[in-house]
Design a protein around this ligand. Structure first.
Ligand code: GLA
Length: 380
């Protein structure tokens, strides 16, 4: 069974956009192995839009652009497989892709077979230029079943940006992950907006079909196709921690040949990846503000159950200039003073331990544009 935990890999779009070619893909596959990202769980190497010619062949099949991919897709798949990785490609449910290349509408079964013949393991399926009368459930069902009909195991990554309340039906189509928002840009506002738009919808995300908050911007530093200002390291840390907390698929979007060591280490953070891969995939619960006199503007607190009996209490400060003094009443998490219970544990980035068992209130200060993530146990 696919996607029992959120799928992980790399996708070409955020950095390379139209400028994708087989050398970039091969170099990225090498880097995923050499930088230890494969060992951390990143396995799918995905070519996004703009890989084909503008016209199909006489047999109706899509033709890879021979200038960008002179060795062809099967050879590229072989190379990626030789590294112990998996190969992903991109197509679109409409008549053209989002960048104007041939779409799969009415060619679904031909295209699925073409991908299977190339030994593709993952298909991202976009939603641009769809005919008005063909709705999302029809189109995603169709390609999902076309892929299954090939007999090859292909992870189906739906990308309809949350349109038509897709969280309510996308799981029924056989999709293994589903983009729930518009495209990410490389800045704090963009990843914050995406995260906040999904707080109320994240409970739909579960094993076999995960809410995809979009490709990661970690380490892009304002460069590439979606570069739009860039983020500080601490902001990338907030972004990555949120994606892990929400158990979003993790598709690296940066250029691995240029990424700094701190960001590579962040992508491999064992604590965060263990939250990402928690098998129960329980949604994080957003804590409400308890004290009206302390405004929780630009702040978020999330509480999450892990399957091993531990808990995550995560604090995010989005305020541009103020440190945040957080105070969470344990009563609001269900723990009464009379029970005698409190939380004991540590903050995952600093390793700093709580002062014994914390009862009644959990307090912590978080600098501007940063986060603290506590891994806790219930103790008396
Ligand atoms: C859409 C998708 C992006 C990317 C582009 C390619 O905008 O949401 O992730 O695939 O199309 O054109």
């Amino acid at each position: 069974m696919l996607a029992q935990t959120p799928p992980m890999g790399w996708n070409s779009w955020n950095t390379f956009g139209r400028n994708i070619n087989e050398q970039v893909v091969r170099d990225t596959a090498d880097a995923i192995v050499n930088l230890g990202l494969k060992d951390a769980g990143y396995e799918y190497v995905v070519i996004d839009d703009c890989w084909s010619l503008m016209q199909r062949g006489a047999d109706g099949r899509i033709i890879p652009d021979p200038e960008k991919f002179p060795s062809g897709m099967k050879a590229l798949a072989d190379y990626i497989h030789s590294k112990g990785l998996k190969f992903g490609m991109y197509a679109c449910a409409g008549t053209t892709t989002c960048d104007g290349y041939p779409g799969s509408f009415d060619y679904e079964f031909i295209d699925a077979q073409t991908f299977a013949d190339w030994e593709v393991d993952f298909l991202k399926y976009d939603y641009c230029d769809r005919p008005k009368l063909a709705n999302g459930p029809i189109l995603y069902n169709r390609m999902s079943m076309a892929l299954k009909a090939t007999g090859r195991e292909i992870l189906f990554s739906a990308c309809n940006w949350g349109a038509d309340e897709s969280e309510k039906w996308i799981r029924s189509t056989g999709a293994h992950m589903y983009r729930s928002t518009g495209d990410i840009c490389d800045n704090l506002k963009s990843f914050r907006d995406i995260m906040e738009s999904q707080i109320e919808k994240i409970a739909y995300s579960a094993p076999a079909c995960y809410n995809d908050l979009d490709m990661l911007i970690v380490g892009m530093n304002g460069n590439g196709n979606v570069g739009a200002g860039g983020c500080t390291y601490n902001e990338y840390r907030m972004h990555f921690a949120l994606w892990c907390l929400f158990q979003s698929p993790l598709m690296i979007g940066g250029d691995l040949s240029k990424m700094d060591d701190a960001c590579i280490e962040l992508l491999k953070n064992k604590e965060l990846l263990s939250i990402l891969k928690d098998p129960e995939a329980r949604p994080p619960r957003k804590m409400a503000q308890q004290y009206p006199q302390v405004q929780w503007i630009d702040r978020h607190v999330f509480f999450k159950h892990l399957s091993n009996g531990e808990y995550i209490l995560a604090f995010f400060n989005f305020h541009d200039s103020y440190e945040a003094a957080f105070k969470v009443e344990l009563y609001d998490l269900g723990i009464t003073v009379a029970s005698g219970y409190g939380f004991e544990g540590y903050e995952i980035f600093s390793g700093e331990r709580t002062k014994g068992v914390v009862k009644n209130f959990f307090e912590t200060n978080v600098p501007t544009h940063d986060c603290k993530i506590y891994r806790l146990q219930l103790k008396k």
